[in-house]
Ligand binder design. Structure first.
Ligand SMILES: [Zn+2]
Length: 204
């Protein structure tokens, strides 16, 4: 499982929390380290320990983050660990604040669209590639014990896309069309009455 460190200033928590829940849905383990400061004092070595188990470090960069000593400590510790690993250190730009010189050439993600949290989460997980996306979906199915079924007229399904009922609540049915000598397959939710499908079914 991908362990993802979300480094941010507390003013930016709303967007960070959204990205965090999106990452959870995608089967990753996002976290931030709130144990490294005790009574306002940074505990030496604590952040290095926290970074030890992390696959990806994400820096949420903004005007307030740029002024935070704490974000600076995390950023420098992470840079020491990830400087040779391009994929491991990501920057999310929350506004136009310029990056510090050491990171100036880093590829960054801009968080200025409606779908920013999903784009960020996808980018963080490097899910642009189909294989990784499939692994993440499969991992999520296994982690949560979600059953998947297949219907010829609809395709694969984990449950009702409308109310979230699982596969036991889904009924499959077919509608023959004698004039065309063909049959169409559908699925229907017994809980909320949603139905979908309509693909041709081969043998009935
Ligand atoms: Zn339903």
């Amino acid at each position: 499982m991908q362990r993802i460190f979300l480094s941010h200033q507390s003013d930016d928590k709303p967007i960070v929390r959204q990205v965090q829940s999106e990452l959870l849905l995608m089967g990753a383990e996002p976290f931030f380290d709130e144990l490294s400061i005790l009574n306002g004092e940074i505990i030496p070595g604590r952040i290095e320990d926290a970074l030890e188990t992390v696959n990806v470090f994400v820096l949420f960069w903004s005007a307030t983050a740029a002024k935070s000593d704490w974000v600076k400590v995390e950023r420098q510790a992470a840079w020491a660990k990830f400087r040779a690993d391009e994929q491991g250190f990501l920057v999310v730009m929350l506004d136009d604040t310029p990056l510090p010189e050491t990171l100036a050439y880093k590829k960054y993600i801009k968080a200025d669209t409606e779908e920013a949290r999903e784009i960020i989460a996808r980018e963080i997980l490097g899910l642009q590639h189909g294989a990784r996306l499939i692994k993440a979906v499969q991992n999520t199915l296994e982690t949560w014990g979600i059953d998947v079924a297949f219907n010829e007229g609809y395709g694969p399904y984990a449950g009702c896309p409308s109310c979230g009922a699982g596969t036991p609540e889904i009924e499959e049915f077919v509608v023959p069309d004698p004039t065309r000598e063909t049959t169409y397959g559908y699925i229907r939710c017994t809980k909320c009455k949603w139905s979908g499908g309509g693909g041709e079914v081969s043998s009935y």
